[in-house]
Design a protein around this ligand. Structure first.
Ligand code: GDP
Ligand code: MG
Length: 599
Protein backbone atom coordinates (compact mmCIF):
# COMPACT_ATOMS: atom_id res chain seq x y z
CA UNK A 1 0.00 0.00 0.00
CA UNK A 2 1.18 3.53 -0.73
CA UNK A 3 1.04 5.83 2.28
CA UNK A 4 1.19 9.57 2.77
CA UNK A 5 1.32 10.82 6.34
CA UNK A 6 0.72 14.50 6.85
CA UNK A 7 -0.57 17.13 9.19
CA UNK A 8 -2.14 20.54 8.82
CA UNK A 9 -0.50 23.39 10.69
CA UNK A 10 -1.66 26.97 10.96
CA UNK A 11 -2.10 29.93 13.20
CA UNK A 12 -5.27 29.62 15.30
CA UNK A 13 -8.46 30.39 13.32
CA UNK A 14 -6.77 30.24 9.94
CA UNK A 15 -9.15 27.43 9.02
CA UNK A 16 -7.36 24.18 9.78
CA UNK A 17 -10.35 22.25 11.13
CA UNK A 18 -12.61 23.48 8.35
CA UNK A 19 -10.18 22.49 5.62
CA UNK A 20 -9.61 19.11 7.27
CA UNK A 21 -13.37 18.57 7.11
CA UNK A 22 -13.46 19.44 3.40
CA UNK A 23 -10.67 16.96 2.74
CA UNK A 24 -12.49 14.25 4.72
CA UNK A 25 -15.68 15.01 2.89
CA UNK A 26 -14.12 14.92 -0.54
CA UNK A 27 -12.61 11.53 0.27
CA UNK A 28 -15.97 10.24 1.42
CA UNK A 29 -14.95 9.85 5.04
CA UNK A 30 -18.03 11.61 6.30
CA UNK A 31 -21.53 10.30 5.80
CA UNK A 32 -24.28 12.90 5.53
CA UNK A 33 -25.50 11.79 8.93
CA UNK A 34 -22.44 12.57 10.96
CA UNK A 35 -21.61 15.63 8.99
CA UNK A 36 -21.02 18.22 11.60
CA UNK A 37 -18.73 21.16 11.55
CA UNK A 38 -15.20 20.37 12.54
CA UNK A 39 -15.42 16.63 12.95
CA UNK A 40 -11.88 16.36 14.23
CA UNK A 41 -12.54 18.55 17.25
CA UNK A 42 -14.17 15.95 19.43
CA UNK A 43 -14.31 17.31 22.95
CA UNK A 44 -17.30 19.52 23.56
CA UNK A 45 -15.02 22.24 24.85
CA UNK A 46 -12.83 22.05 21.76
CA UNK A 47 -15.84 22.63 19.64
CA UNK A 48 -17.02 25.57 21.68
CA UNK A 49 -13.70 27.28 21.95
CA UNK A 50 -12.68 26.35 18.43
CA UNK A 51 -9.40 24.86 19.55
CA UNK A 52 -8.00 21.40 19.15
CA UNK A 53 -6.62 19.76 22.28
CA UNK A 54 -6.13 16.15 21.31
CA UNK A 55 -4.57 15.23 17.99
CA UNK A 56 -7.12 13.04 16.25
CA UNK A 57 -5.78 11.08 13.28
CA UNK A 58 -7.85 9.94 10.33
CA UNK A 59 -7.08 7.36 7.69
CA UNK A 60 -8.40 8.16 4.22
CA UNK A 61 -8.39 6.43 0.85
CA UNK A 62 -7.46 8.49 -2.18
CA UNK A 63 -7.77 7.39 -5.78
CA UNK A 64 -5.97 9.65 -8.22
CA UNK A 65 -8.25 11.10 -10.88
CA UNK A 66 -7.67 10.50 -14.62
CA UNK A 67 -6.73 14.15 -15.06
CA UNK A 68 -3.57 13.51 -13.02
CA UNK A 69 -2.15 11.21 -15.66
CA UNK A 70 -2.05 8.48 -13.01
CA UNK A 71 -5.77 7.79 -12.98
CA UNK A 72 -6.79 4.96 -10.65
CA UNK A 73 -3.63 4.85 -8.52
CA UNK A 74 -4.64 4.29 -4.91
CA UNK A 75 -3.18 5.84 -1.80
CA UNK A 76 -3.82 5.74 1.92
CA UNK A 77 -3.57 9.14 3.62
CA UNK A 78 -3.10 9.52 7.35
CA UNK A 79 -4.12 13.01 8.41
CA UNK A 80 -2.96 13.91 11.89
CA UNK A 81 -4.60 16.93 13.46
CA UNK A 82 -2.44 18.97 15.82
CA UNK A 83 -3.39 21.21 18.73
CA UNK A 84 -3.34 24.83 17.66
CA UNK A 85 -2.29 26.54 20.87
CA UNK A 86 1.07 27.49 22.29
CA UNK A 87 0.40 25.54 25.51
CA UNK A 88 0.57 22.36 23.47
CA UNK A 89 3.73 23.03 21.47
CA UNK A 90 5.44 19.80 22.41
CA UNK A 91 2.40 17.75 21.33
CA UNK A 92 2.51 19.56 18.00
CA UNK A 93 6.17 18.69 17.52
CA UNK A 94 5.47 15.00 18.24
CA UNK A 95 2.50 14.91 15.87
CA UNK A 96 4.77 16.37 13.21
CA UNK A 97 7.37 13.72 13.94
CA UNK A 98 4.74 11.17 12.90
CA UNK A 99 4.50 12.74 9.41
CA UNK A 100 6.55 13.21 6.26
CA UNK A 101 4.86 16.45 5.23
CA UNK A 102 2.52 19.26 6.24
CA UNK A 103 0.00 21.59 4.75
CA UNK A 104 1.00 24.99 6.06
CA UNK A 105 -2.16 27.06 6.06
CA UNK A 106 -2.29 30.83 5.95
CA UNK A 107 -5.48 32.86 6.04
CA UNK A 108 -5.43 34.97 2.85
CA UNK A 109 -6.98 37.92 4.65
CA UNK A 110 -4.61 37.81 7.65
CA UNK A 111 -1.26 36.74 6.24
CA UNK A 112 1.53 35.10 8.19
CA UNK A 113 1.08 35.18 11.99
CA UNK A 114 3.27 34.26 14.96
CA UNK A 115 2.13 30.63 15.10
CA UNK A 116 2.50 30.27 11.33
CA UNK A 117 6.19 30.98 11.71
CA UNK A 118 6.69 28.87 14.83
CA UNK A 119 4.83 25.92 13.28
CA UNK A 120 6.70 26.28 9.98
CA UNK A 121 10.02 26.10 11.80
CA UNK A 122 8.87 23.05 13.75
CA UNK A 123 8.09 21.39 10.41
CA UNK A 124 11.41 22.45 8.89
CA UNK A 125 13.29 21.18 11.95
CA UNK A 126 11.55 17.81 11.59
CA UNK A 127 12.70 17.68 7.96
CA UNK A 128 9.15 17.71 6.61
CA UNK A 129 7.99 18.65 3.14
CA UNK A 130 5.89 21.81 3.36
CA UNK A 131 2.95 22.46 1.06
CA UNK A 132 1.94 26.10 1.45
CA UNK A 133 -1.82 26.61 1.27
CA UNK A 134 -3.33 30.08 1.12
CA UNK A 135 -6.76 29.54 2.65
CA UNK A 136 -10.06 31.47 2.81
CA UNK A 137 -9.58 32.95 -0.66
CA UNK A 138 -13.39 33.34 -0.83
CA UNK A 139 -13.20 36.23 1.66
CA UNK A 140 -13.64 39.69 0.13
CA UNK A 141 -10.56 40.91 2.04
CA UNK A 142 -8.41 38.03 0.77
CA UNK A 143 -5.02 38.88 -0.70
CA UNK A 144 -3.72 35.44 -1.77
CA UNK A 145 -0.68 36.74 -3.68
CA UNK A 146 0.31 38.96 -0.76
CA UNK A 147 0.02 36.07 1.71
CA UNK A 148 2.03 33.78 -0.58
CA UNK A 149 4.74 36.42 -0.86
CA UNK A 150 4.87 36.76 2.93
CA UNK A 151 5.29 33.02 3.21
CA UNK A 152 8.22 33.25 0.82
CA UNK A 153 9.75 36.18 2.71
CA UNK A 154 9.40 34.63 6.14
CA UNK A 155 9.66 30.90 5.70
CA UNK A 156 11.55 30.80 2.41
CA UNK A 157 8.98 28.71 0.55
CA UNK A 158 8.67 30.01 -3.03
CA UNK A 159 5.38 31.87 -3.48
CA UNK A 160 4.61 30.01 -6.70
CA UNK A 161 4.45 26.71 -4.76
CA UNK A 162 1.41 27.91 -2.86
CA UNK A 163 -2.02 26.45 -3.50
CA UNK A 164 -4.95 28.87 -3.24
CA UNK A 165 -7.89 27.27 -1.45
CA UNK A 166 -11.01 27.74 0.61
CA UNK A 167 -12.17 25.33 3.26
CA UNK A 168 -15.55 26.96 2.98
CA UNK A 169 -16.21 26.52 -0.74
CA UNK A 170 -13.87 23.59 -1.34
CA UNK A 171 -11.88 25.44 -4.00
CA UNK A 172 -8.33 24.10 -4.24
CA UNK A 173 -9.05 20.85 -2.41
CA UNK A 174 -8.38 18.60 -5.48
CA UNK A 175 -5.06 20.41 -6.04
CA UNK A 176 -4.16 19.86 -2.39
CA UNK A 177 -4.88 16.13 -2.65
CA UNK A 178 -2.67 15.81 -5.74
CA UNK A 179 0.11 17.84 -4.07
CA UNK A 180 0.03 15.45 -1.11
CA UNK A 181 0.78 12.57 -3.48
CA UNK A 182 3.26 14.46 -5.64
CA UNK A 183 5.23 16.42 -3.09
CA UNK A 184 5.14 14.54 0.21
CA UNK A 185 7.56 11.61 0.26
CA UNK A 186 6.35 8.09 0.94
CA UNK A 187 7.34 6.87 4.42
CA UNK A 188 10.59 4.95 4.58
CA UNK A 189 11.46 2.35 7.23
CA UNK A 190 11.88 -1.40 7.00
CA UNK A 191 8.81 -3.43 8.01
CA UNK A 192 11.08 -6.43 8.57
CA UNK A 193 13.33 -4.55 11.02
CA UNK A 194 13.05 -4.27 14.83
CA UNK A 195 9.96 -2.40 16.04
CA UNK A 196 10.27 1.34 16.59
CA UNK A 197 7.02 3.24 17.06
CA UNK A 198 6.50 6.80 18.28
CA UNK A 199 3.64 7.68 20.65
CA UNK A 200 2.23 11.00 19.44
CA UNK A 201 -0.89 11.00 21.59
CA UNK A 202 -2.83 8.84 24.01
CA UNK A 203 -6.41 8.72 25.24
CA UNK A 204 -8.15 6.85 28.00
CA UNK A 205 -10.91 4.46 27.06
CA UNK A 206 -13.11 3.06 29.83
CA UNK A 207 -13.14 -0.44 28.30
CA UNK A 208 -9.71 -0.89 26.78
CA UNK A 209 -7.62 1.30 29.08
CA UNK A 210 -5.14 3.70 27.55
CA UNK A 211 -5.03 3.77 23.76
CA UNK A 212 -1.67 4.69 22.31
CA UNK A 213 -1.73 6.68 19.09
CA UNK A 214 1.40 5.65 17.27
CA UNK A 215 3.39 6.10 14.13
CA UNK A 216 5.33 2.94 13.27
CA UNK A 217 8.75 3.99 12.03
CA UNK A 218 10.38 0.56 11.67
CA UNK A 219 9.24 -3.02 11.98
CA UNK A 220 5.81 -4.44 12.68
CA UNK A 221 3.52 -4.89 15.69
CA UNK A 222 0.62 -7.32 16.11
CA UNK A 223 -1.76 -8.43 18.86
CA UNK A 224 -0.11 -10.65 21.54
CA UNK A 225 3.29 -8.99 20.99
CA UNK A 226 5.00 -7.90 24.19
CA UNK A 227 5.92 -4.25 23.87
CA UNK A 228 8.37 -2.21 25.87
CA UNK A 229 8.28 1.53 26.60
CA UNK A 230 11.67 3.23 26.39
CA UNK A 231 11.13 5.99 28.94
CA UNK A 232 10.21 3.77 31.88
CA UNK A 233 11.21 0.27 30.80
CA UNK A 234 7.69 -1.12 31.40
CA UNK A 235 6.32 -4.03 29.37
CA UNK A 236 2.75 -4.52 28.16
CA UNK A 237 0.96 -7.09 26.01
CA UNK A 238 -0.72 -5.82 22.87
CA UNK A 239 -4.38 -6.76 23.10
CA UNK A 240 -5.79 -5.03 20.07
CA UNK A 241 -4.67 -2.53 17.48
CA UNK A 242 -5.84 -0.86 14.31
CA UNK A 243 -6.33 2.34 12.37
CA UNK A 244 -8.58 5.41 12.43
CA UNK A 245 -11.42 5.92 10.07
CA UNK A 246 -12.04 8.31 11.99
CA UNK A 247 -13.49 5.84 14.51
CA UNK A 248 -11.29 2.99 15.73
CA UNK A 249 -11.03 0.15 13.21
CA UNK A 250 -9.52 -3.10 14.46
CA UNK A 251 -6.69 -4.48 12.32
CA UNK A 252 -4.26 -7.41 12.25
CA UNK A 253 -0.98 -5.50 12.40
CA UNK A 254 0.64 -2.11 12.02
CA UNK A 255 3.86 -1.82 10.11
CA UNK A 256 6.53 0.70 9.16
CA UNK A 257 4.95 3.79 7.64
CA UNK A 258 1.54 3.29 9.24
CA UNK A 259 -0.36 5.37 11.77
CA UNK A 260 -2.67 3.61 14.20
CA UNK A 261 -3.74 2.84 17.75
CA UNK A 262 -2.69 0.15 20.20
CA UNK A 263 -4.53 -1.11 23.28
CA UNK A 264 -2.16 -2.93 25.62
CA UNK A 265 -3.94 -3.00 28.96
CA UNK A 266 -2.25 0.20 30.11
CA UNK A 267 -4.23 1.65 33.03
CA UNK A 268 -2.26 4.77 33.82
CA UNK A 269 -1.88 7.46 31.17
CA UNK A 270 1.40 8.51 32.76
CA UNK A 271 2.81 5.26 31.32
CA UNK A 272 1.83 6.44 27.84
CA UNK A 273 3.74 9.68 27.49
CA UNK A 274 3.64 11.59 24.25
CA UNK A 275 7.03 11.40 22.54
CA UNK A 276 7.99 8.03 24.02
CA UNK A 277 9.13 5.14 21.82
CA UNK A 278 7.67 1.61 21.82
CA UNK A 279 9.59 -1.45 20.79
CA UNK A 280 9.02 -5.23 20.90
CA UNK A 281 10.73 -7.23 23.63
CA UNK A 282 11.38 -10.12 21.21
CA UNK A 283 12.78 -7.85 18.47
CA UNK A 284 13.91 -4.61 20.12
CA UNK A 285 15.38 -1.57 18.47
CA UNK A 286 18.52 -0.21 20.08
CA UNK A 287 17.75 3.51 19.86
CA UNK A 288 14.51 5.34 20.73
CA UNK A 289 13.15 8.08 18.52
CA UNK A 290 15.03 11.21 19.69
CA UNK A 291 13.59 14.18 21.54
CA UNK A 292 11.45 12.58 24.26
CA UNK A 293 10.45 15.03 26.99
CA UNK A 294 8.07 14.04 29.77
CA UNK A 295 5.09 16.40 29.95
CA UNK A 296 5.90 19.06 32.47
CA UNK A 297 3.45 21.48 34.01
CA UNK A 298 4.77 25.04 34.07
CA UNK A 299 1.84 27.00 35.50
CA UNK A 300 0.35 26.20 38.91
CA UNK A 301 -2.75 27.22 40.73
CA UNK A 302 -4.64 26.11 43.84
CA UNK A 303 -8.15 24.76 43.33
CA UNK A 304 -10.53 24.69 46.29
CA UNK A 305 -14.18 23.69 46.49
CA UNK A 306 -16.30 26.63 47.64
CA UNK A 307 -18.22 24.11 49.69
CA UNK A 308 -15.81 22.11 51.86
CA UNK A 309 -18.17 19.12 51.59
CA UNK A 310 -17.19 18.87 47.92
CA UNK A 311 -13.56 18.00 48.63
CA UNK A 312 -13.96 14.30 47.81
CA UNK A 313 -16.00 15.07 44.74
CA UNK A 314 -13.22 17.39 43.55
CA UNK A 315 -10.60 14.73 44.14
CA UNK A 316 -12.60 12.19 42.13
CA UNK A 317 -13.09 14.69 39.32
CA UNK A 318 -9.38 15.48 39.21
CA UNK A 319 -8.59 11.77 39.08
CA UNK A 320 -11.03 11.33 36.21
CA UNK A 321 -9.52 14.21 34.24
CA UNK A 322 -6.02 12.97 34.93
CA UNK A 323 -6.93 9.63 33.29
CA UNK A 324 -6.95 11.42 29.96
CA UNK A 325 -4.33 14.07 30.48
CA UNK A 326 -0.79 13.08 31.39
CA UNK A 327 0.30 16.72 31.26
CA UNK A 328 -1.92 17.80 34.11
CA UNK A 329 -0.84 17.23 37.73
CA UNK A 330 -2.43 17.68 41.12
CA UNK A 331 -1.58 17.11 44.75
CA UNK A 332 -3.47 17.86 47.95
CA UNK A 333 -2.67 21.15 49.63
CA UNK A 334 -4.03 22.90 52.65
CA UNK A 335 -4.53 26.59 52.95
CA UNK A 336 -5.22 28.26 56.26
CA UNK A 337 -7.71 30.50 54.51
CA UNK A 338 -9.29 28.11 52.03
CA UNK A 339 -9.07 24.78 53.80
CA UNK A 340 -8.46 21.57 51.88
CA UNK A 341 -7.82 21.74 48.16
CA UNK A 342 -5.36 20.80 45.46
CA UNK A 343 -2.30 22.36 43.91
CA UNK A 344 -2.67 21.77 40.19
CA UNK A 345 -0.08 22.02 37.43
CA UNK A 346 -0.80 22.92 33.81
CA UNK A 347 1.03 23.35 30.50
CA UNK A 348 -0.08 26.98 30.31
CA UNK A 349 -2.91 29.37 31.06
CA UNK A 350 -5.26 27.98 28.44
CA UNK A 351 -4.72 24.47 29.70
CA UNK A 352 -5.52 25.71 33.23
CA UNK A 353 -8.70 27.37 32.04
CA UNK A 354 -9.80 24.27 30.16
CA UNK A 355 -9.33 22.03 33.19
CA UNK A 356 -11.19 24.45 35.47
CA UNK A 357 -14.02 24.80 33.03
CA UNK A 358 -14.37 21.04 32.65
CA UNK A 359 -14.43 20.57 36.42
CA UNK A 360 -17.24 23.06 36.78
CA UNK A 361 -19.19 21.94 33.78
CA UNK A 362 -18.78 18.18 33.62
CA UNK A 363 -18.53 17.59 37.36
CA UNK A 364 -20.79 20.37 38.56
CA UNK A 365 -18.28 21.78 41.03
CA UNK A 366 -17.99 25.33 42.30
CA UNK A 367 -14.35 26.21 42.66
CA UNK A 368 -12.12 28.92 43.95
CA UNK A 369 -8.92 29.16 41.92
CA UNK A 370 -5.90 31.02 43.19
CA UNK A 371 -3.78 33.22 40.93
CA UNK A 372 -1.51 31.24 38.58
CA UNK A 373 2.16 31.03 39.46
CA UNK A 374 5.35 29.76 37.83
CA UNK A 375 8.11 27.56 39.24
CA UNK A 376 10.79 29.37 41.27
CA UNK A 377 14.23 28.07 42.15
CA UNK A 378 15.39 29.39 45.47
CA UNK A 379 18.82 29.16 47.09
CA UNK A 380 18.59 29.56 50.86
CA UNK A 381 21.18 31.38 52.94
CA UNK A 382 22.22 28.04 54.43
CA UNK A 383 23.08 26.83 50.94
CA UNK A 384 20.05 24.56 50.50
CA UNK A 385 18.14 24.61 47.22
CA UNK A 386 14.36 24.78 47.08
CA UNK A 387 11.99 24.55 44.15
CA UNK A 388 8.47 25.86 44.66
CA UNK A 389 5.58 27.17 42.65
CA UNK A 390 3.48 28.10 45.65
CA UNK A 391 3.86 31.67 46.91
CA UNK A 392 2.24 30.63 50.18
CA UNK A 393 5.21 28.35 50.81
CA UNK A 394 7.91 30.89 50.12
CA UNK A 395 10.54 31.12 52.86
CA UNK A 396 10.88 34.44 54.66
CA UNK A 397 13.16 36.98 53.01
CA UNK A 398 15.97 36.69 55.53
CA UNK A 399 16.37 33.00 54.61
CA UNK A 400 16.64 33.61 50.87
CA UNK A 401 20.02 34.01 49.19
CA UNK A 402 18.71 34.22 45.63
CA UNK A 403 15.60 33.47 43.58
CA UNK A 404 15.60 32.36 39.96
CA UNK A 405 12.56 32.54 37.70
CA UNK A 406 11.76 31.01 34.29
CA UNK A 407 12.27 33.10 31.15
CA UNK A 408 10.58 32.68 27.80
CA UNK A 409 11.57 33.54 24.29
CA UNK A 410 8.57 35.29 22.83
CA UNK A 411 7.82 36.08 19.24
CA UNK A 412 5.20 38.70 18.41
CA UNK A 413 3.92 39.48 14.92
CA UNK A 414 2.20 42.79 14.40
CA UNK A 415 1.53 45.63 11.98
CA UNK A 416 4.23 48.29 11.86
CA UNK A 417 2.08 51.04 13.32
CA UNK A 418 1.72 49.29 16.69
CA UNK A 419 5.40 48.46 17.19
CA UNK A 420 6.03 51.39 19.54
CA UNK A 421 3.26 50.58 21.98
CA UNK A 422 3.93 46.83 21.93
CA UNK A 423 7.63 47.42 22.62
CA UNK A 424 6.61 49.58 25.53
CA UNK A 425 4.35 46.85 26.88
CA UNK A 426 7.18 44.31 26.61
CA UNK A 427 9.50 46.73 28.37
CA UNK A 428 6.99 47.14 31.20
CA UNK A 429 7.00 43.37 31.48
CA UNK A 430 10.76 43.37 31.98
CA UNK A 431 11.40 42.08 28.48
CA UNK A 432 14.60 42.57 26.54
CA UNK A 433 14.67 42.65 22.76
CA UNK A 434 16.61 40.02 20.84
CA UNK A 435 15.73 40.97 17.25
CA UNK A 436 13.23 42.78 15.14
CA UNK A 437 12.47 41.64 11.59
CA UNK A 438 10.49 43.46 8.94
CA UNK A 439 8.16 41.28 6.88
CA UNK A 440 6.48 43.48 4.33
CA UNK A 441 4.51 46.03 6.38
CA UNK A 442 4.60 43.88 9.45
CA UNK A 443 7.18 43.29 12.12
CA UNK A 444 8.31 40.27 14.06
CA UNK A 445 9.63 41.11 17.52
CA UNK A 446 11.68 38.53 19.39
CA UNK A 447 11.96 39.19 23.11
CA UNK A 448 13.14 37.45 26.23
CA UNK A 449 10.65 37.99 29.03
CA UNK A 450 10.15 36.54 32.53
CA UNK A 451 7.38 33.95 32.15
CA UNK A 452 5.52 35.23 35.21
CA UNK A 453 5.10 38.61 33.50
CA UNK A 454 2.82 37.21 30.83
CA UNK A 455 0.56 35.26 33.18
CA UNK A 456 -1.30 38.37 34.24
CA UNK A 457 -3.38 40.03 31.54
CA UNK A 458 -0.53 40.14 28.99
CA UNK A 459 -2.47 38.62 26.14
CA UNK A 460 -5.44 40.93 26.65
CA UNK A 461 -3.20 44.00 26.76
CA UNK A 462 -1.34 42.90 23.66
CA UNK A 463 -4.59 42.42 21.79
CA UNK A 464 -6.08 45.70 22.92
CA UNK A 465 -3.08 47.90 22.13
CA UNK A 466 -2.68 46.30 18.70
CA UNK A 467 -6.44 46.46 17.97
CA UNK A 468 -6.42 42.67 17.81
CA UNK A 469 -3.71 42.46 15.15
CA UNK A 470 -0.78 41.18 17.18
CA UNK A 471 -0.23 37.47 17.64
CA UNK A 472 2.29 35.75 19.85
CA UNK A 473 3.98 32.50 20.64
CA UNK A 474 6.59 31.54 23.21
CA UNK A 475 8.74 28.82 24.70
CA UNK A 476 10.49 28.58 28.05
CA UNK A 477 14.25 28.94 27.61
CA UNK A 478 16.00 29.13 31.00
CA UNK A 479 16.01 30.37 34.60
CA UNK A 480 17.49 33.70 35.62
CA UNK A 481 18.04 35.50 38.87
CA UNK A 482 15.38 38.06 39.68
CA UNK A 483 14.78 40.62 42.39
CA UNK A 484 11.54 39.01 43.53
CA UNK A 485 9.41 39.61 46.54
CA UNK A 486 6.40 38.05 48.13
CA UNK A 487 3.44 40.32 48.65
CA UNK A 488 1.07 39.14 51.40
CA UNK A 489 -2.56 40.13 51.55
CA UNK A 490 -4.48 40.69 54.78
CA UNK A 491 -8.27 40.73 55.00
CA UNK A 492 -9.72 42.06 58.23
CA UNK A 493 -6.19 41.96 59.71
CA UNK A 494 -5.79 38.27 59.00
CA UNK A 495 -3.19 37.10 56.51
CA UNK A 496 -4.74 35.13 53.65
CA UNK A 497 -2.05 32.68 52.55
CA UNK A 498 -3.80 31.77 49.28
CA UNK A 499 -3.68 35.38 48.11
CA UNK A 500 0.08 35.78 48.33
CA UNK A 501 1.83 36.62 45.05
CA UNK A 502 5.44 36.76 43.95
CA UNK A 503 6.36 39.89 42.09
CA UNK A 504 9.40 41.84 40.94
CA UNK A 505 10.62 44.40 43.44
CA UNK A 506 9.99 47.28 41.01
CA UNK A 507 6.32 46.33 40.79
CA UNK A 508 5.47 45.36 44.34
CA UNK A 509 3.87 48.67 45.27
CA UNK A 510 1.82 49.01 42.11
CA UNK A 511 0.61 45.45 42.37
CA UNK A 512 -0.23 45.76 46.07
CA UNK A 513 -2.28 48.87 45.30
CA UNK A 514 -4.12 47.22 42.43
CA UNK A 515 -4.95 44.09 44.43
CA UNK A 516 -6.30 45.81 47.51
CA UNK A 517 -8.37 48.26 45.46
CA UNK A 518 -9.86 45.48 43.40
CA UNK A 519 -10.60 43.42 46.50
CA UNK A 520 -12.26 46.29 48.28
CA UNK A 521 -14.42 46.64 45.21
CA UNK A 522 -15.51 43.00 44.94
CA UNK A 523 -15.86 41.95 48.58
CA UNK A 524 -19.49 42.52 49.54
CA UNK A 525 -20.14 45.09 52.22
CA UNK A 526 -20.22 43.77 55.77
CA UNK A 527 -21.80 45.01 58.97
CA UNK A 528 -18.59 46.87 59.76
CA UNK A 529 -15.73 48.32 57.73
CA UNK A 530 -13.17 45.69 56.72
CA UNK A 531 -9.56 46.65 56.01
CA UNK A 532 -7.71 44.97 53.10
CA UNK A 533 -3.96 45.37 53.14
CA UNK A 534 -0.92 44.39 51.10
CA UNK A 535 2.38 43.89 52.89
CA UNK A 536 5.96 42.87 52.21
CA UNK A 537 7.65 41.10 55.11
CA UNK A 538 5.02 42.46 57.52
CA UNK A 539 5.38 46.06 56.31
CA UNK A 540 2.10 47.44 54.94
CA UNK A 541 2.50 48.87 51.42
CA UNK A 542 -1.14 49.46 50.44
CA UNK A 543 -4.48 49.58 52.15
CA UNK A 544 -8.14 49.86 51.17
CA UNK A 545 -11.41 49.50 53.02
CA UNK A 546 -14.58 47.55 52.35
CA UNK A 547 -17.20 49.98 53.58
CA UNK A 548 -19.87 48.99 56.06
CA UNK A 549 -23.55 48.74 55.13
CA UNK A 550 -25.42 51.91 55.59
CA UNK A 551 -28.52 50.02 56.58
CA UNK A 552 -29.09 46.49 57.62
CA UNK A 553 -30.68 44.75 54.62
CA UNK A 554 -33.07 43.01 56.94
CA UNK A 555 -34.10 46.21 58.66
CA UNK A 556 -36.79 46.97 56.14
CA UNK A 557 -38.32 43.57 56.81
CA UNK A 558 -38.74 44.09 60.50
CA UNK A 559 -42.32 43.61 61.32
CA UNK A 560 -42.94 42.48 57.76
CA UNK A 561 -44.04 39.01 56.90
CA UNK A 562 -41.61 36.22 57.52
CA UNK A 563 -41.75 34.72 54.02
CA UNK A 564 -40.39 37.89 52.51
CA UNK A 565 -37.53 37.84 54.95
CA UNK A 566 -36.82 34.21 54.07
CA UNK A 567 -36.84 35.01 50.38
CA UNK A 568 -34.29 37.73 50.89
CA UNK A 569 -32.02 35.46 52.88
CA UNK A 570 -32.34 32.78 50.19
CA UNK A 571 -31.48 35.26 47.54
CA UNK A 572 -28.33 36.16 49.41
CA UNK A 573 -27.44 32.52 49.82
CA UNK A 574 -27.64 31.91 46.06
CA UNK A 575 -25.29 34.77 45.36
CA UNK A 576 -22.81 33.04 47.61
CA UNK A 577 -22.02 30.18 45.27
CA UNK A 578 -18.47 31.29 44.56
CA UNK A 579 -17.63 32.74 47.95
CA UNK A 580 -15.23 31.61 50.59
CA UNK A 581 -15.56 32.44 54.24
CA UNK A 582 -12.36 33.96 55.59
CA UNK A 583 -12.74 34.63 59.28
CA UNK A 584 -15.98 36.54 59.39
CA UNK A 585 -15.69 37.91 55.87
CA UNK A 586 -17.06 36.37 52.70
CA UNK A 587 -14.56 36.65 49.88
CA UNK A 588 -15.70 36.04 46.27
CA UNK A 589 -13.68 34.25 43.57
CA UNK A 590 -12.95 37.54 41.83
CA UNK A 591 -10.94 38.67 44.82
CA UNK A 592 -8.60 35.72 44.48
CA UNK A 593 -7.89 36.71 40.92
CA UNK A 594 -7.64 40.44 41.69
CA UNK A 595 -4.01 40.24 40.67
CA UNK A 596 -5.08 39.25 37.16
CA UNK A 597 -7.40 42.18 36.63
CA UNK A 598 -6.58 44.76 34.00
CA UNK A 599 -6.79 48.37 35.00
P1 GDP B 1 -8.72 26.53 13.09
O1 GDP B 1 -8.62 27.25 14.41
O2 GDP B 1 -7.49 26.77 12.27
O3 GDP B 1 -9.07 25.08 13.21
O4 GDP B 1 -9.89 27.28 12.28
P2 GDP B 1 -11.37 26.83 11.99
O5 GDP B 1 -11.44 25.79 10.93
O6 GDP B 1 -12.03 26.53 13.29
O7 GDP B 1 -11.94 28.17 11.34
C1 GDP B 1 -11.91 29.41 12.02
C2 GDP B 1 -13.03 30.29 11.49
O8 GDP B 1 -12.81 30.61 10.12
C3 GDP B 1 -14.40 29.63 11.54
O9 GDP B 1 -15.33 30.62 11.88
C4 GDP B 1 -14.61 29.13 10.13
O10 GDP B 1 -15.97 29.07 9.80
C5 GDP B 1 -13.90 30.18 9.31
N1 GDP B 1 -13.34 29.62 8.06
C6 GDP B 1 -12.56 28.54 7.96
N2 GDP B 1 -12.20 28.33 6.67
C7 GDP B 1 -12.77 29.32 5.94
C8 GDP B 1 -12.78 29.66 4.54
O11 GDP B 1 -12.16 29.02 3.70
N3 GDP B 1 -13.48 30.77 4.19
C9 GDP B 1 -14.15 31.52 5.09
N4 GDP B 1 -14.82 32.58 4.64
N5 GDP B 1 -14.18 31.23 6.40
C10 GDP B 1 -13.50 30.15 6.83
MG1 MG C 1 -9.34 23.80 14.85
Amino acid sequence: MKFRNFSIIAHVDHGKSTLADRILESLGAMGERDKRDQTLDTLELERERGITIKSTPVRLNYTRPDSSGHGGEEYVFNLIDTPGHVDFGYEVSRSLAACEGVLLLVDASQGVEAQTIVNAYLAIDSGLEIIPVINKIDLPAADPEGAAQEMEDVVGIPAEHAIFASGKTGVGVPEILEAIVERIPAPSGDPEGPLKALIFDSVYDAYQGVLLFVRVLEGRVSPKDKINLFSNGKNFDVERLGTFSPGLVVGKSLEAGEVGWIAAGIRDIVDAQVGDTITRTDFPTSEPFPGFKPAQPVVFSGLYPTDTEDYRKLREALERLKLNDAAFSFEPETSEALGFGFRCGFLGLLHAEIVQERLEREFDLDLIATAPAVIYRITLTNGEALVTQNPAQFPTRDRIELIEEPYIKMSVMLPEEHVGSVMQLLQERRGSMVTMNYIGRRVELIYQVPFAEILYDFHDRLKSISRGYASMDYEIIDYREGDLQKVDIYVNNEIVDALAVIVHESKAYGLGRKVVDKMAEVIPRQMWAVPVQAAIGGKIIARATVKAYRKDVLAKCYGGDISRKKKLLNKQKKGKARMKQIGTVEVPQEAFLAVLSTE
